[in-house]
Design a protein around this ligand. Sequence first.
Ligand SMILES: C[S@@+](CC[C@H](N)C(=O)[O-])C[C@H]1O[C@@H](n2cnc3c(N)ncnc32)[C@H](O)[C@@H]1O
Length: 267
Amino acid sequence: MSATYDEPHWQSIVHTLEELGFQVGAYKRPQLERRLTSFIAREAYADLAAFLTAIRRDSLLYRRFHTYLTIHVTEFFRDPPYWVRFREAIEQIPTRDLRVWSAGCSWGAEPVSAALLLEEMGRRYEIVATDSDDAVLATARQGLYSQPDYERIPPPYRKYFRARDGQWILAGMAGGNITYQRHDLVADALPGVFDIVICRNLIIYFKSDVRARLLGKLNGALPIGGLLFLGATETFLEYVDMGFEVVSPSIFRKKGIPGPTNHQRVP
Ligand SMILES: C[S@@+](CC[C@H](N)C(=O)[O-])C[C@H]1O[C@@H](n2cnc3c(N)ncnc32)[C@H](O)[C@@H]1O
């Protein structure tokens, strides 16, 4: 597929956006180019140069562009059979208290699904939910869910919601908390060590070398015995080399050899 921008133009895009803190060079290029072209047309900039000048000066434009470029599609219990098997995998973890990282959490359906699961299992949990986009994090923190989103929640979990002004909010969850934090998986240091890392439908957007580096990063956030839950369509062919075993499709358990990045779970 031919590129929309020639190399010098592409480099000026990457340079400008990376200076502003957006590691665009890490993402697959064709999709970024399509989104960039449609944003420029939609906002009626004369050309690429005019857009790059404007985005350097206008932090609100930058934030709007970041939100436009990153894809935020998500839903409660996305790919439901995977969540059934995820629950079975969690049952194998003997400790009652669990630290969970939902990386690329969008507006929160994923960490909330994890919280509902753990709540029903009688576990205690601390969920750190991160995303690089401020706008989706603001929505996530509001914790208001629409009727169609609510209807995706399997009936046994609906008791943890109550209606408010035509929307739904969480209520009566006693087992733990979800904290939403800004975190860029490419640029930022790990936000901690976790028993479970959920990173679904995010690493697919990155170039293969970056994707491999990010999988290594997620690995570094897990202790031996920790679980990694990836998206339903994602491949993880390197799992053996990285010291994981398959628990079920898209769910991996870290077996690795103890070492500096292989944390031991504190009993
Ligand atoms: C397609 S959504 C996936 C949401 C959820 N994990 C799911 O599977 O339903 C991808 C999310 O990753 C976020 N994202 C994109 N680049 C990121 C990065 N470098 N670091 C952290 N999050 C990122 C986007 O803002 C978006 O909310």
